[in-house]
Design a binder for this molecule. Sequence first.
Ligand code: ADP
Ligand code: ADP
Length: 225
Amino acid sequence: APALTLSAVVRTYRQGEATLSILRGADLTLWPGQSVALVAPSGAGKSTLLHVAGLLEKPDGGEVYVGNAPTAAMGDPERTALRRTAIGFVYQAHHLLPEFTALENVVLPQMIAGLTKREAGERGTELLSFLGLGQRTGHRPAELSGGEQQRVAIARAVANAPGMLLADEPTGNLDPRTADHVFATLTSLIRATGLAALIATHNMDLAARMDRRVTLQDGLVVELD
Ligand code: ADP
Ligand code: ADP
């Protein structure tokens, strides 16, 4: 089954008197283990698409299925609960909690989800090691490089083993070499876990290395290549 399906999704914003139709019937299917690059100019609606896919915004029309579950008729508590377990988010800025260590940042969402401190610690340590941060678990964000901070943010995003990862310019703040390394780590994680990933990026070199590329044209998702 797909990890996520957008079916005829419509999203409009009111700006004063005007109505902006950002998504006009967008369709997209994300499969487990597949990384999809979302490449489109600023203002095309990439963030809007990610927010609707991530159940942060409700579509004005159409349906968003997480696995086989339709979400449009769900209430906010149900959407929030599903978002916390089924979807991981990574942004351009790491948004780590500054007074906590790398490991604590990864442990926290798991404890909120009901794991014991010990279970969460074991999974967090394993994840950080997989991402090449085995020697950095006790460091606070300010003591880590930009690439390391972003790898901790990736570990946190997948700490609760979501089926899907949504990322908005995850390497946008990094120099090219660091971006390359963080991206390679991210793709090996996607392969190892069978995550479905939708990653908005302006970096065409990185997009070329993903399984699939899509863009937004007149509010629709269009496959590239
Ligand atoms: P991208 O991520 O591709 O740059 P966005 O999805 O952020 O595009 O925005 C697409 C368009 O929708 C832009 O014109 C933006 O100004 C508008 N927009 C986004 N969010 C809102 C909002 N909350 N209210 C009004 N307009 C919005
Ligand atoms: P919290 O537990 O802080 O109340 P939520 O339940 O609102 O967080 O959100 C769950 C996830 O969605 C978190 O990973 C959070 O970072 C992300 N999130 C919430 N609101 C937004 C937003 N407006 N834009 C981007 N991400 C958000």
